[in-house]
Design a protein around this ligand. Sequence first.
Ligand code: MTE
Ligand code: MO
Length: 234
Amino acid sequence: MSAPGDDDPPLEGRPIGRRAFFGLVGAGLTALAWGGSALRGVSSASEALPAFVRSAVPIGDGWRIYAVNEPYPTFRPATWRLRIDGLVRHPQSLDHVALRALPRAEQTPDFHCVTGWSVPGVHWAGVRFADLLAAAQPLPSARALAFVSAETPYVDYLTLEQAASPDAMLAYDMDRAPLTREHGAPARLVMPRMYGYKGVKWVQRIVVLDRANAGYWEQRGYDRDAWVGDSNGL
Ligand SMILES: Nc1nc2c(c(=O)[nH]1)N[C@H]1C(S)=C(S)[C@@H](COP(=O)(O)O)O[C@H]1N2
Ligand SMILES: [Mo]
């Protein structure tokens, strides 16, 4: 990560709409208003740069690509599976087709990295956690989710209450195209009101737990949970 910025993004809304996770019904979730759309292209110049250059410089449309253990994981559609296990009645193993067959959610929030850069109006499509976890049936003792990246050792956590917020999702499309490799293909966590480090890329496993732990950057000094506008920003 680059040096922390002095000008963190302004304070945004505090957590909203918390409600009992497993009481959510589809109608209640989908009735919530989501942002409008924004269609943005991928910078072709940045795509042509080798990965080691892209990780060091802005890639033209505002994004910096972060990884802690290169090379980036490779998505192989034939063999990729998303595992959902831990405190669940029915552990799941979803391929990318099954993931995309789940109820689809979309939103267009701004993206904020705690080091001071932001990308306005990023369109995401993916699956909300009530829908993603429905078949697994979390046990009554379940309180949190661990998001395990294929890029070890990157892991982060949400409480079930946080995961139930209407803008939390496992995203598979960014700006109306499948996630690119550097942005976390085929699935990444999106939690727009928290800083970007909560957004685990290359998610390959979700473990249902009885409590949340400190995530990768939280173990290295950043605030737990990191609501935008509310982090120490180091
Ligand atoms: N697996 C993994 N996920 C990650 C990171 C990382 O290094 N590895 N960096 C996080 C941070 S600090 C930010 S700001 C965003 C950046 O997203 P981008 O690389 O798609 O721009 O990814 C987050 N998710
Ligand atoms: Mo970040």
